[in-house]
Write a protein that binds this ligand. Structure first.
Ligand code: M6R
Length: 608
């Protein structure tokens, strides 16, 4: 969950390392640092907080040097202080690290006993001293690095530079991704192709256990047995352009407003509007859907809630048995997987450590693995048997918005395909469902007219200390998603509940200070949800009802309401996501929090 860059260059690299780090800031922004070789000696500049703090340090005390590494951090071991910021260095080695070294305590004790002095609380510094120790025993830098990484337990991607070794960079990967970039006169290491895009589009991803030794523009890769290895050099499509806010105050606002467009792009991949029908993509996929004895769905955070909506759709449209669990649980549960089972993983980044581990486990246990991913070159996309891409484009705001609705668009299309493949949907059912799905972008665009009303009510909600969300059926995951969105960017405590669960405990929380946001599309669950809403109101609860015009008319007097266009019930999760996102956004604005980079979080969670 940190971003790392290394350059064996032909010019001063510190400024361009910082530019590359800006493209990795989504991975963490607690502190940042850069180290280069200046006349053979390791020099560092580091700063707590975001990259602009490091830039200020570099303006005051610039750094020359053609060989360097840089890091933007999401803290795991030790507070986000300058002392804990990477690069970590001994007299002979500087390293940047992404991941967790689980055996760092043992290694630290061993090295301390040998006289090594540690200056930070991090696990990462241990690696720098371990490499130094092997160099002190007479090994050349690359050999010392290989020996050291072989002793690390845990997950890591690492880049290192060495005193007196101009042009030498060593990288190692076990877990979090690390790519080697090939330039004409320079070579690079980076957490992803996007970071390296301004320098080169020729990139090879290291495999687990690989070590890359870069000397000038030449890179040699060794596998986990130390044998020379060839890793395919791919021409990446990662854009060189920095994504901008397109006139919006925040990336999150821009990404919310992009949804009609990116959902259209995603739907265009899956649906043929001429039918309208689901495009008959690969035979493998249809066969998998037809014969699947069970579908296991797993993901983390917002992607998990998209998967939960998917569960309702697959069961209803495909009559397909679905099990769902968060990836951090599924990967360690040793779940019982059926014969002919399929397992579906949902991820925006395609790098989430728990989701990737759950996918690997399911694959090892004989499941056909399917991934809904937004980043085509990600680890999850590379490892799944079948990839269902989303076309949300780069999502920069930490709060997932457009990726979520694009995941829903892909899952909805896939659920219709499952219904058809399993003989549960007729041709005319397929047409009706596809036609409704294709109308989603238009309905969302229409809903944006309500934005001023949503803003006004969000400003009231921002005054609350606790907020509850409730919904039934496919609106239940939306209630969970609404609560997650609100808490992660406004820091207001929020919980989502299945409407029917309120009276089993949560209703005790109700008083006039706790707004309750009720997601109640006018569907088969409406009457029951409204009964639950009445129970809450009878206890003084202050209800914000989100529904369509029929629902609002039927529900009677509430504290406030937000009107969503009337549509086929099938697509309401995509539509109701928008008010939920806007409420969180405007509540956060009212509270003055850092909307795009909320505290303690990172966009890509590559540690478990
Ligand atoms: O990249 P992924 O979709 O795998 O990420 C999963 C979660 O970390 C992510 O959805 C997270 O919950 C978001 N910050 C929520 O807005």
């Amino acid at each position: 969950m940190c971003g790392i860059v290394g350059i064996a260059g032909t010019r001063d690299v510190a400024p361009i390392i910082v530019e590359a780090l800006k493209r990795l800031e989504y991975r963490g922004y607690d502190s940042a640092g850069v180290a280069t070789l200046v006349d053979g000696k390791i020099e560092r500049r580091r700063a707590p907080g975001k990259l602009n703090n490091l830039e200020a340090v570099l303006r005051k005390t610039p750094l020359s040097g053609h060989t360097g590494i840089g890091h933007t951090r999401w803290a795991t071991h030790g507070a986000p202080t300058e002392a804990n910021a990477h690069p970590h260095a001994s007299a002979r080695v500087a390293i940047v690290h992404n991941g967790i070294i689980e055996n760092f305590r043992e290694l630290r004790e061993e090295l301390t006993a040998k006289g090594h002095k540690f200056q930070s609380e991090t696990d990462s510094e241990t690696a720098a001293h371990l490499v130094t120790d092997y160099m002190d025993q007479g090994l050349a830098p690359a050999e010392a690095a290989k020996k050291a990484v072989a002793r690390l337990i845990g997950a890591y991607s690492i880049a290192m530079i060495f005193k007196d070794h101009e042009g030498l960079l060593v990288g190692a990967r076990k877990g979090p991704p690390l790519a080697v970039g090939y330039g004409d006169t320079e070579a690079y290491l980076g957490s992803d192709a996007f970071a390296l895009a301004p320098f080169t589009n020729r990139v090879a991803y290291l495999l687990d256990g690989d070590v890359a030794v870069i000397e000038g523009a030449q890179a040699s890769i060794f596998d986990d047995q130390g044998r020379p290895a060839n890793r395919e050099i791919k021409i990446t499509s990662a854009s060189t352009a920095m994504v901008d806010k397109a006139g919006h105050s925040h990336f999150m606002a821009k990404e919310i407003h992009e949804q009609p467009e990116v959902i259209s792009h995603t739907l265009a991949h899956y649906l043929d509007p001429a039918g309208p029908v689901v495009r008959r993509h690969g035979v493998g996929l249809r066969k998998t859907l037809a014969k699947a004895s069970r579908l296991t769905i797993s993901a983390c955070g917002t992607a998990y809630y998209a998967g939960m909506v998917g569960k309702y759709w697959f069961e209803k449209l495909g009559r397909l048995a679905v099990e769902i669990d968060v990836a951090s649980e599924l990967r360690y549960r040793n779940p019982v997987y059926p014969e002919n089972g399929a397992a579906l993983f949902v991820s925006q980044s395609g790098e989430t450590a728990d989701t990737l581990a759950a996918l690997r486990d399911a694959k090892a246990k004989g499941q056909t693995t399917i991934a809904v991913v937004n980043v085509a070159e990600s680890s999850i996309a590379r490892e799944a048997d079948i990839v269902l891409p989303t076309y949300a484009g780069p999502e920069i705001g930490v709060a997932s918005t457009k990726a979520f609705t694009c995941q829903l668009a892909a899952l909805a299309s896939f659920a219709i395909a499952a219904g058809v493949a399993r003989g549960n949907l007729s041709e005319s059912d397929e047409k009706t469902l596809c036609a409704s799905l294709l109308e989603t972008p238009r309905h969302i665009a229409e809903f944006f007219k309500q934005e001023p009303a949503v803003k006004a009510v969000a400003e009231e909600i921002a005054k609350a200390r606790d907020v509850l969300y409730m919904g039934r059926g496919a609106s239940y995951p939306l209630a969970l998603e609404g609560a997650l969105k609100l808490k992660e960017i406004s820091y207001i405590h929020a919980e989502g509940y299945a409407a029917g669960e309120m009276k089993h405990g949560p209703i005790a929380l109700i008083d006039e200070a706790v707004p309750i946001i009720v997601l109640a599309p006018h569907d088969v669950h409406f009457e029951k949800t409204i009964s639950n809403m009445q129970e809450v109101m009878a206890r003084g609860g202050k209800v914000l009802l989100i529904s369509d015009s029929d629902g609002i008319a039927k529900a009677g007097k509430v504290w406030a309401h937000i009107e969503v266009p009337k549509t086929n019930a099938f697509i309401t999760p995509l539509l109701y996501a928008i008010p939920v996102q806007l409420l969180a956004y405007y509540a956060a604005i009212a509270k003055g929090t850092d909307v795009d980079q909320p505290r303690n979080l990172a966009k890509s969670v590559t540690v478990e």
